[in-house]
Design a protein around this ligand. Structure first.
Ligand code: FAD
Length: 416
């Protein structure tokens, strides 16, 4: 069923009786060409691009919970491509370009809103670092504008420019950055993949791998054994625990990241704003709530809620740049499990087990990567060779010293 303005009008006039379920609820079959583990944004996007771009439709996506129960439905919805390093920037710019055509591609309203993202700087050296990053972005075909204090003041008059400790001197502005309605992304990809015959199987947990002589022949699940020519894992915060069952130890730690939303307010924040002297980022949802967050909790965890020290730290960051936030009432807060890699960059790669593929290590920046991650993972699975924009995301890069440490903080996963 295609969605259109005409369809809405027709259904509105005829009692809304013609809408169909957005995807099927099939029983798992005994065998598939490709089994994708994890129906988060990345798994569903992989299924969509596998079926659409590479003609592989005998595919199942296995999900232990329900679609959107993981990080794809828990993030703060920010998209951007303001990276600097060569291994990263072309990939994230590819992703932003896919976001720009996503709704037409999926025939689904994902509320892609390119309201821009503003990274504040608070010192001269930080301005120089941002100028360097902006230049690198422009060299890779992305958009970047370096604003001085007057430029930021015009855009965001509510910021505290005269804070003696963190004076705002300007910002790096990416106009094409913004936000996307996160669960609509999962639903849109699920609907598109399902329409091409992909089986999306919820409440089906993968509990082990069927590995014979170094070759993966399928998976063991809570609903029985399923054979597959290729098995592609993308389970975000559960990566370490699941890959351990295939005998693979990953350079990943799991940490919880929290997010917060205030009561609905009238429009106040034009796009996404990030603090440059601490960790705090904020945007405003279409319903008016201020959506904000900061650092992950400092210890390893598989919980989907975090501790109070980070709550305090995030609120301090908010108060430092926009004291008016102290007058907004907090509506909800939640957490998600982050697969934090040792250099802050992800993996899209084959594994030492033949037929077993891995996608993970997205830290807390994987939502913006969803389209390119799905496309590049599908490319790898279908052709057995990496997509050019994801060629650096190898699992063995630490062995070669080829880290992609965007923040330059070293092997400190909770700092990336
Ligand atoms: C609070 C918060 C804020 C964030 N903000 C942003 C942001 O603003 N911008 C940004 O780019 N990124 C952000 N992120 C990060 C982003 O959400 C993640 O990097 C990304 O969603 C991870 O990929 P995914 O969507 O595939 O993960 P998920 O949605 O977590 O998908 C993984 C799925 O695998 C399933 N699974 C796990 N184990 C098994 C198993 N054994 N068998 C079957 N299924 C299994 C899980 O149930 C889950 O549904 C944020 C994350 C959080 C938690």
């Amino acid at each position: 069923m295609r969605y259109s303005a005409l369809k809405i009008l027709k259904e509105g006039l005829t009692g809304n009786r013609g809408w169909k379920p957005v995807w099927r609820e099939p029983e798992p079959r005994a065998e598939y060409d490709v089994v994708i583990v994890g129906a988060g944004g990345h798994g569903l996007a992989t299924a969509h691009y596998l079926s659409k771009e590479f003609g592989v439709t005998n595919v199942a996506v296995l999900e232990k919970g329900w679609i959107g129960s993981g990080n794809v439905g828990r993030n703060t919805t920010i998209i951007r491509s303001n990276y600097m390093l060569p291994g990263n920037e072309p990939f994230y710019e590819f992703s932003l370009q896919l976001w720009e055509g996503l709704e037409q591609d999926l025939n689904y309203n994902a509320m892609v809103s390119q309201r821009g993202i503003l990274n504040l700087y608070h010192s001269d050296p930080q301005r120089d670092a941002f100028a360097r990053r902006g230049n690198a972005m422009r060299l890779a075909g992305a958009d970047a504008v370096l604003l001085d204090q007057a430029g930021v003041r015009e855009m965001c008059p509510f910021l505290d420019f005269d804070n003696a400790r963190f004076p705002i001197k300007g910002g790096l502005w990416q106009p094409r950055g913004g936000t996307v309605r996160h669960d609509a992304v999962a639903w849109g990809y699920a609907r598109a993949a399902d329409s091409r015959g992909v089986d999306i199987i919820q409440n089906c947990e993968v509990t082990g791998f069927d590995i014979e002589n170094g070759v993966c022949r399928g998976v063991e699940t809570s609903r029985g054994r399923i054979r597959a020519k290729k098995v592609a894992v993308c389970v975000a915060g559960s990566s370490g625990r699941l890959m351990e069952k295939a005998g693979i130890r990953l350079p990943i730690e799991s940490h919880v990241l929290q997010a917060f939303i205030s009561e609905g307010l009238k429009p106040v924040i034009p796009g996404v704003v990030t603090f440059g002297a601490g960790h705090f980022y904020v945007n405003q949802s279409d319903k008016g709530g201020l959506v904000f967050g900061g650092d992950p909790d400092g210890y390893n965890s598989y919980a989907q809620r975090g501790g109070l020290p980070v709550v305090e730290d995030v609120c301090e960051g908010g108060m430092a740049i926009m004291p008016m936030i102290g007058r907004a009432r907090l509506l909800r807060m939640w957490g998600g499990i982050m697969d934090m890699s040792m250099d802050g960059s992800p993996f899209i790669d084959r594994t030492p087990v033949d037929g077993l593929y891995f996608n993970g290590g997205w830290c807390y920046g994987g939502f913006k990567a969803t389209p390119a991650s799905g496309f590049c993972y599908a490319h790898l699975i279908a052709k057995d060779e990496p997509h050019p924009t994801a060629a650096a995301y190898r699992l063995d890069r630490f062995r070669h010293g080829a880290m992609i440490d965007e923040k330059g903080v070293g092997a400190q996963p909770n700092l990336h």
